[in-house]
Design a protein around this ligand. Structure first.
Ligand code: VAH
Length: 310
């Protein structure tokens, strides 16, 4: 039985559907802090900062895998630093303890390129870079990576993790990330609205299309235990682009689309992040390779967003 925590989130929404397809509706328990309208499948209201709440579900359903996808993201997280730290860490501790003390065999913990700070190689950032993140969200992911390695070393818990780049998808709206301009831009085009970008036109960031991000997650979790040599979190690369480049791919299809740039506090966060990622460990250990580039992502985004509107 699979438990997804944060099933209403940007990743959780899509991963839940994919896990239902893979394991069957009755074997997947989706959960979040608030209900999800017209959800198909098993759903539990769960505040994962409450240990008893997490353990109750793990015991009742005899959960064997947990995907912990609940967190306060980078930009939103800066509004209340100590609350962000508390939520991101307490939920992880509850997942790790409820897993160790019960039937859970595998745990997935999402990390992020937000773990990297100013003092790393910005191009093809190495897997074993020094981690001095600029945001509380990034700090909570660095701490989380060390805690999951600790639970693997001390208790033998099979916890696996990916440092996601900015994730772009049509299935869900993002919540408070620094890379979310690249999701919002597609919605603005289809609403015939001009787009004001909160990052500079030249801000290149590592990104990944939702289809690739979800496939990477499943492929990592399906890989033989012996192949996993990284027990903090795997670097993962999809593509890299800046606002000017994504606007160009869009203007090829929508010539009248207009973009203006009005950098805000999120520019400082983006400037502290890498421009591209070296994901050779993911390739070596579990054959990772992305399928989507900026053009094929843009085509797929519009095909699906327009279908949703029809
Ligand atoms: C954020 N979308 O912006 C998330 C992600 C790499 C970015 O961590 O916070």
């Amino acid at each position: 039985k699979i438990l997804i925590i944060g099933a209403n989130g940007q990743l959780g929404t899509v991963l839940t559907q994919r896990l239902q397809e893979k394991w069957g509706l009755t074997n997947v328990i989706a959960s979040d802090i608030y209900p999800s309208d017209n959800f198909i499948g098993k759903f539990e209201i769960l505040d994962a900062t409450n240990f008893d709440g997490v353990q109750k579900i793990v015991k009742y359903y005899k959960i064997t895998q947990i995907y912990h996808l609940a967190a306060v993201l980078s930009a939103n997280g800066e509004k209340d630093p100590l609350k962000t730290w508390d939520i991101n860490m307490k939920t992880l501790f509850n997942v790790l303890e409820a897993s160790r003390l019960n039937t859970v065999e595998k745990v997935f913990f999402p990390s992020s390129i937000a773990v990297f700070g100013d003092n790393v190689q910005k191009e093809l950032t190495p897997q074993d870079s020094i981690l001095t993140p600029a945001t509380v969200y990034g700090m909570s992911k660095v701490a989380g990576e060390n805690w999951i390695r600790y639970y693997h070393e001390k208790y033998g818990l099979d916890v696996r993790s990916i440092r996601y780049p900015g994730v772009i998808g049509y299935q869900s709206l993002p919540g408070g990330g620094t890379t979310d301009y690249a999701v919002d831009i597609y919605h603005k085009v289809l609403n015939n609205e001009p787009f004001e970008c909160f990052l500079k036109n030249t801000t290149t960031l590592p990104m990944i299309y939702m289809e690739d991000a979800i496939r990477a997650t499943i492929e990592l979790m399906d890989a033989p235990n012996a192949n996993i040599t990284v027990r903090t979190s795997y670097n993962l690369a999809g593509m890299s682009f800046n606002p000017e480049q994504i606007a160009e791919t869009i203007q090829r299809l929508y010539p009248d689309f207009e973009i203006t740039y009005k950098p805000d506090f999120r520019q400082l966060i983006a400037d502290s992040w890498p421009q591209s990622i070296d994901d050779s460990c993911a390739y070596k250990d579990w054959n990772w390779t992305p399928n989507y580039n900026l053009d094929s992502m843009t085509a797929d985004m519009f095909n699906n967003l327009k279908r949703k509107e029809d």
